[in-house]
Design a protein around this ligand. Structure first.
Ligand code: F6P
Length: 323
């Protein structure tokens, strides 16, 4: 391994920069050059590849987002696009590729390896934490911190006005972010896509809580399918007389902000491990941390499984969230 390339793809996640920093500095220690690909797979197809020196990643460990930029590249999901991508890696004499991203990006990496057999290492980076093969993905802890901080602020105004607030949280099809943030923020009700609800059940539950509590925080994961927060708000207003309901969609603040210490550490550990894995001749794997232990999983397995909701945590939320 003399030259490797790294890219960040799909949704950005706080901690990606800490990971790139660890990749560059670990590689440098092993006399391996690191090339940064700007704008993810799109940049790879456009041959937007530049050498990164250890000093270039200074003062970046805390910075949110990704200084390599990112994109959601449709072109890479075409055979033609991947062919151009491979040619560009050959042109730059690249021996291995490290991909930081979520399930879509890791799926692309797996297909790319199958077609060209160039060693590929995946690093799980997504605020959704829906990636199989790691307890936490890079970015989740920071997003959770942002959501809890936002809900703490909303709770102040909810309590002052004795209002019911529905707070929509990201997570795509996964309820991990909503569940853990909801528990940490003391939400009275947490609604996640993994659980089947009907609108009437949910409204009935809220009216039961409302008997005791006038200010209520409901955490609603964006992947829920029983009805939009607008519909939920309308149903509550029509069912619960004199109810005072407000909706808050947290949106992309969940993706930004400085990386928490745990995301900086996770990014550093997985960045280092991804270089070690290339040196150890691993070819199509994802690095991860399970029970604080470094693990590697075959990418073909990772992209066909999901990091499911922690059932015990969900059960706990049922017990402690409303009184
Ligand atoms: O996968 C990360 C994520 O932030 C999801 O939680 C969300 O559904 C999606 O990306 C938003 O995508 P975009 O930034 O393209 O709007």
């Amino acid at each position: 391994m003399k030259k490797i390339a790294v890219l960040t793809s799909g949704g950005d996640a706080p901690g990606m920069n800490a990971c790139i920093r660890a990749i560059v500095r670990t590689a440098y220690n092993k006399n391996i050059l690191v090339y940064g690909i700007q704008y993810g797979y799109s940049g790879l197809i456009e041959n937007n590849i530049n050498l990164i020196n250890p000093e270039d990643v200074g003062n970046s460990i805390h910075v949110g987002g990704t200084f390599l930029k990112t994109a959601r590249s449709k072109e890479f999901y075409t055979k033609e696009g991947r062919k151009i991508a491979y040619k560009n890696l050959q042109k730059n004499d690249i021996d291995g590729l490290i991909v930081l991203g979520g399930d879509g990006s890791l799926t692309g990496a797996n297909i790319f390896y199958k077609e060209y057999k160039l060693p590929v290492i995946g690093v799980p980076c997504t605020i959704d934490n829906d990636i199989y093969g790691t307890d936490y993905s890079i970015g989740f802890a920071s997003a959770r911190e942002t959501v809890v901080d936002a809900i703490d602020k909303i709770r102040d105004t909810a309590a002052s006005h004795e209002r019911i607030f529905i707070v929509e949280v990201m997570g795509r099809e996964s309820g991990n972010l909503a569940l853990e943030s909801g528990i940490a923020a003391g939400a009275e009700l947490i609604l996640i896509p993994e659980k089947k609800y009907s609108m009437s059940d949910v409204v009935k539950k809220i009216s039961e809580i409302n008997i005791e509590k006038k200010s209520i925080i409901i955490v609603y994961a964006e992947g829920c399918r029983f009805g939009s927060i607008k519909k939920l708000s309308k149903s509550i207003k029509s069912e619960i007389k004199d109810s005072n309901v407000r909706c808050s969609i947290l949106g992309h603040i969940q993706r930004g902000g400085t990386a928490t210490p745990s995301d900086r550490i996770l990014g550093s550990i997985l960045g280092n491990k991804s270089i070690e894995s290339l040196i150890d001749n691993n070819k199509n794997i994802m690095v991860g941390l399970v029970n604080n232990k470094n693990v590697i999983n075959n990418l073909s397995i990772v992209v066909n499984k999901k990091n499911k909701i922690d059932k015990d945590l969900y059960q706990l939320a049922q017990v402690i969230s409303n009184y």
